[in-house]
Ligand binder design. Structure first.
Ligand SMILES: [Fe+2]
Length: 314
C-alpha cells in the first residue's frame, strides 16, 4: 500500500529562485537562506520518496484571473516551468504521476471535495522554488529526483478556502493515498508564506512571533490553527500570509502525532519571512510494538481465583 511518510513546509519566495538561477547562492545574504536547507536536502536524499504531492499556489501563470479554481490537481504526465515574465526558470520539466493523481482525484471527489482536474498545466515558482530548496539545484537537462503531483490552491483572489477546509482536504488525501495499492513512499509539501505583505501601506510586514507560534502549533497542536479565520491571517501575517493555509493541507494529510525532524526560520528573504519544517509520521507503515497487557493479566488472575473458590465450594 502507498503511505505518506512525511510532510514538508517551505516558503516559495520568488527571489530565492532568481538567486539560484543567477548564481547568487554563495552571496552572504542568500547563503543565510540556503544553508538552512542543507540538512533538509540530506534528509530528502536519505528518505528517497517515490513521489511528492506538492500543495502550492499559482501566481496567475497557469490560471489567469479569468478562471480561478479553488483546488486544482495536476493529473498530467509532465508539467513544464511557466514563463513568469523573464522566460521559464531553467529547471527540469516536472514529471507527474498520473496513476496516483487520478486515484486521488477519484477518491477525494467521491469524498465530496470538488477538485478541478488539470491534464495540462504549467507550474511557476510557487512549486519549483520549494523543489529547489528540498531537492537542490538540478540541471535543466537533468531530472528531478522523483515525480510530483501538483495541487494548486487559490490564495491569490478572495475568497481562498478556509484553514479547516484545507485541513480536511489533507485528511481526504491521506485516505486516498492509503487506498492506493502500489507500495510506494509519498511525501507531501505545504508551501507559501510565512508572514509577508508585498504592497500597500504595510508592505514589508513580517511577524516572527506569529510565524513561530504557527510552526509550534503545526507540529504539536494543529487543531488550534484550523480555527483561525482569514482576517487573522491578513491582520497578523500580512495580505500574502494567507498562503499559510496551504500548510494545513499538508498537516491534515499526516498522523495526529508527528515527530518534528527539522525546522528553520530566517528573516528576511526579499521582503518575506522564510519558514521551513519537516514533520514525519511515526508509524511509517510499521506495526507498533506489542503493549504489555496488564489489565488482561489481572483479569486472568481474578478468573483463576474465582475457579479456586468454586473448587473449594464444590
Ligand atoms: Fe506567493
Amino acid at each position: 500500500m502507498a503511505r505518506i511518510i512525511a510532510g514538508i513546509g517551505s516558503s516559495h519566495v520568488p527571489a530565492i529562485g532568481a538567486a539560484i538561477d543567477n548564481g547568487k547562492t554563495e552571496e552572504p545574504y542568500w547563503k543565510r537562506v540556503f544553508s538552512g536547507f542543507e540538512k533538509s536536502q540530506a534528509w530528502m536524499r536519505e528518505t528517497k520518496p517515490d513521489v511528492a504531492i506538492i500543495v502550492y499556489n499559482d501566481h496567475a501563470s497557469a490560471f489567469s484571473v479569468d478562471m480561478i479554481p479553488t483546488f486544482a490537481l495536476g493529473c498530467a504526465a509532465e508539467f513544464p516551468p511557466a514563463d513568469e515574465g523573464w522566460g521559464p526558470r531553467p529547471v527540469p520539466v516536472v514529471q507527474g504521476y498520473p496513476a496516483l493523481a487520478s486515484h486521488i482525484a477519484q477518491s477525494v471527489i467521491l469524498d465530496e471535495f470538488d477538485l478541478t482536474i488539470c491534464n495540462k498545466m504549467e507550474v511557476d515558482h510557487g512549486m519549483t522554488v520549494p523543489m529547489n530548496l528540498l531537492f537542490g539545484n538540478v540541471d535543466k537537462n537533468s531530472h528531478w529526483p522523483c515525480p510530483v503531483i501538483p495541487l494548486a490552491v487559490n490564495v491569490v483572489m478572495y475568497p481562498p478556502p478556509t484553514g479547516h477546509r484545507c485541513f480536511m482536504l489533507g485528511r481526504a488525501i491521506r485516505k486516498a493515498v492509503a487506498s492506493y495499492p502500489e507500495d510506494i513512499k509519498v511525501v507531501i509539501f505545504g508551501t507559501g508564506g510565512l508572514s509577508h505583505q508585498i504592497s500597500g501601506p504595510r508592505a514589508g510586514l513580517i511577524n516572527s512571533k506569529w510565524d513561530k507560534a504557527f510552526l509550534d502549533n503545526l507540529s504539536k497542536d494543529p487543531q488550534k490553527l484550523v480555527k483561525i479565520p482569514h482576517v487573522d491571517y491578513m491582520r497578523e501575517a500580512g495580505a500574502e500570509g494567507i498562503e499559510m493555509v496551504m500548510w494545513l493541507i499538508m498537516r491534515g494529510a499526516l498522523d495526529e502525532k508527528v515527530d518534528e525532524v527539522y525546522r528553520f526560520y530566517t528573516v528576511p528573504a526579499s521582503n518575506t519571512a522564510v519558514g521551513h519544517i519537516i514533520l514525519a509520521n511515526r508509524a511509517r507503515g510499521a506495526k507498533a510494538p506489542p503493549r504489555k497487557h496488564k489489565p488482561a493479566a489481572a483479569k486472568h488472575k481474578r478468573a483463576a481465583a474465582r475457579a479456586k473458590t468454586d473448587r473449594i465450594r464444590s
